[in-house]
Design a protein around this ligand. Structure first.
Ligand SMILES: Nc1ncnc2c1ncn2[C@@H]1O[C@H](COP(=O)(O)OP(=O)(O)O)[C@@H](O)[C@H]1O
Ligand code: SF4
Ligand SMILES: [Mg+2]
Length: 328
């Protein structure tokens, strides 16, 4: 079946800035991923890994420098109207993404106006949309600064749903919310997916959220996919040491279950100074000589998974022993 969204070797370079240089920085490098109909795919990685850039590139808000974006089988080639009519974005900062001088009622129905679609009874449409995200009709008269964080997020969802999209790209949908409100937003997204057959590309660094909502996970490091596969398999036995580190760093109710040997070290390197060889080698607990000179390819490692590590296969063979062997 045709994927709703298909990214093929997508690359994004951004200008380095400054008067004297026209140099460009590679932010996303050859990213391929697909989201099937009704499927939920999580894009994870530390801050600065290129997640927001990818979301913006998909929606045509940041120009791409290589590769292509296919929406429902058709290449999005400068013509963004069809994509934007059928895919919606939930922005990282829900309150800031809503124009402060417009009422909630206007904001949730604005997509009809933007696309020149008929809107015979704006008040009734606003009421319906707000009801779908569990907000009372009176909210329609409020302004964004009068909303709580959870309400602003729900308004963002209502606005995203206005045109019955087939894909929602959600950038950090629960960031900055209290845990109880996070759960509400997650349940809302879950119910909408079941009810409307929505596909999601969910961008997050919250692994608890990934377990909760995603069928598949794509892990980004310095703008490159380092692992990709079904959520349950990835959490049970990560093939890439970076994924293992992210999972090991997740807060656990029982601190004895933390794996100090996999804890991630140091800071993400700057995209200005990408490490040679495997770009993760400066932080990898399993680094060997080969890693410092030779970049690994993204290759299948079984179970419908791919990983970008010279030794992922060997590690998968040794499951059971887990990653306890230090290869150095
Ligand atoms: N407009 C921009 N100009 C130059 N660099 C940018 C710009 N936006 C983002 N970057 C850089 O691109 C990288 C990825 O950023 P971003 O996509 O925001 O990551 P994430 O959402 O994963 O935190 C970072 O190194 C960031 O500094
Ligand atoms: S290739 Fe080497 S440095 Fe890179 S993730 Fe694999 S073991 Fe670590
Ligand atoms: Mg971001």
């Amino acid at each position: 079946m045709t994927a709703v969204l298909d990214l093929r070797a997508l690359s994004v370079d951004l200008p380095l800035g400054g008067f004297l240089t026209r140099a460009r920085l590679p932010i996303l490098c050859d990213v391929s991923l697909s989201v099937g109909r009704g499927e939920s795919v999580a894009l994870v990685g530390e801050s600065g890994s290129g997640k927001t850039t990818l979301a913006r590139a998909v929606m045509g808000l940041t120009p791409i420098s290589g590769g292509s974006v296919f929406f429902e089988g058709q290449r999005v080639d400068g013509d963004l109207a069809r994509l934007r009519r059928n895919a919606a974005m939930m922005f990282q900062d829900a309150t800031a993404s809503l124009s402060p001088r417009l009422t909630v009622g206007y904001l949730v129905t604005e997509p009809f106006r933007i696309h020149g679609l008929p809107l015979p009874d704006p008040a009734a449409t606003a009421r319906d949309l707000l009801a779908r995200v569990g907000l009372p009709p009176a909210i329609a008269r409020r302004y964004p600064h009068e909303l709580s964080g959870g309400q602003a997020r729900r308004v963002g969802v209502a606005r995203a749903l206005a045109l019955d999209p087939r894909l929602v790209v959600a950038d950090e949908p629960t960031a900055g919310l209290d845990v109880s409100v996070q759960a509400e937003v997650l349940n809302l997204m879950h119910d909408l997916r079941a009810g409307m057959g929505l596909a999601y590309l969910v961008i997050t660094h919250n692994l608890a959220l990934v377990r909760h909502v995603a069928d598949r996970v794509v892990v980004l490091y310095l703008g490159r996919v380092v692992e990709e596969g079904p959520t349950a398999r990835i959490f049970a036995a990560p093939a890439h040491p970076y994924t293992a580190s992210l999972i090991a760093a997740e807060p656990k109710p029982d601190p004895r279950r933390r794996r100090a040997d996999l804890a991630i070290r140091g800071e993400v390197p700057s995209v200005l100074r990408r490490p040679a060889g495997c770009e993760f080698h400066t932080r990898c607990p399993l680094v060997r000589d080969l890693c410092r000179s030779t970049p690994p390819d993204l290759v299948p490692v079984g179970d419908g998974r791919q990983a970008r590590c010279h030794f992922a296969d060997q590690r998968q063979d040794k499951q059971g022993e887990r990653h306890a062997v230090d290869h150095r």
